[in-house]
Design a protein around this ligand. Sequence first.
Ligand code: HEM
Length: 406
Amino acid sequence: MAAATDQSTKIPDLTDPQTFADGVPHEVFDVLREREGLYWQPAAFGTRNGGFWAVTRYADIVEIEKNSADFTITLGNQFPGSDGAFAALRDDMLVMDPPRHTKIRRAATAAFTPRVVANFDPWIREIVNEILDETLPLGEFDYIEAVARHLPARVIARVMGIPRDQRERIVKHVDAVFAATMAPDAGVSMFGVMEGFFGYAKELQETKLHAPQDDMVTALSQLVEKGDLDQNQYEQYVQLLVMAGYETTHTLIGQSMRMVVEDPEVAAAADKAVAEGNSTRLVDEFLRYTCPVMNMVRCATRDMEVFGETIRKDDVMQMYFTAANRDPAVFSEPHRFNPSRPETATLSFGSGAHKCIASALAKLEVSILFEELHARGVKLELNGEPGRGQNVWINQLHSLPVRVIR
Ligand code: HEM
């Protein structure tokens, strides 16, 4: 497409989940990225000023994310819901600016450093093999249902210290929360679904304080006892870790396998990368390409002239990580899947103060999955139409029917 400078290209409604029904509209983002300034997308709901600025360039997003004084997260971290409706979640670090955010975030970061996470390898490998043993003998199955949903749910349950027989509860709860995020009154709906989970987090807290274990819920519960977290902050924390730990990783697992079974060139490149011991690089490239969290939001705290536009206070800056990951200013041949590419600094985990705390964990889970499939010599093929979700925020895949061919 001779996209680049084309001002006449019709831009679809980026607030409409239908726009994302057939896939991420990368040809549209290519056009927007090349235009001067930013693109204003009108929105009938979910923002204070009736729309959002679509930010598609890598450098612009990094600029916004490092400047929380001008671009706050406190009105909401996503669209819809970037109109202050998330005020109810004020004790969730996802909607806090520094310095308040810094202290709360610190409670969990040490548990997810690459060094700590590297020690999780043996038990994550056990979980991966447990799932493959349960699934592969079926011959035909839905990869999302059988693999993508179970792996991150079991891993985050283990990290948090949630008992085995309650792992399914996580999946059901998080699915309900993410469904609520697409409602026009997202903040209100989502909070309603979340409330049920807070009671559960409290039950877990009581159990862990009675019988402490080496897990995240115990650690967070003890911080409440010491007065470093308050009760609301604790409940929101447990919820955030469970949600963030499950949904995003399950999307990466599903979308990466979809690419493998749909495209023999991707399958060959993936095979080669794993055989050469480069599964981490492979996962980096899957992350760049599939970008599970397509975007996040910040809101302007004042009127200002920036990025070639007049930005008003409360204007929503919709940061399309998925577009930035294909920015030719950063990635050579950005629409080519290439696990050997030298550029690996994707925006799939965001940047700045809110950058994902557990990228090492997500990457390890998915690397091990590809390694263990490879070690077993397993090849899968598509066995029906994949079922995409319609969602303006997460690059969802609801089903991926596959068949084992070897
Ligand atoms: C493929 C998997 C994952 C992806 C794509 C992903 C992506 C993201 C993104 C885009 C953000 C927001 C960054 C920003 O606003 O700049 C984020 C934040 C966060 N993620 Fe992840 N994430 C993944 C896995 C995980 C896992 C496994 C956990 C927990 C165990 C986790 C916990 C968090 C938390 C707690 C935050 C909020 C950090 C803060 O507000 O300071 N994520 N993640």
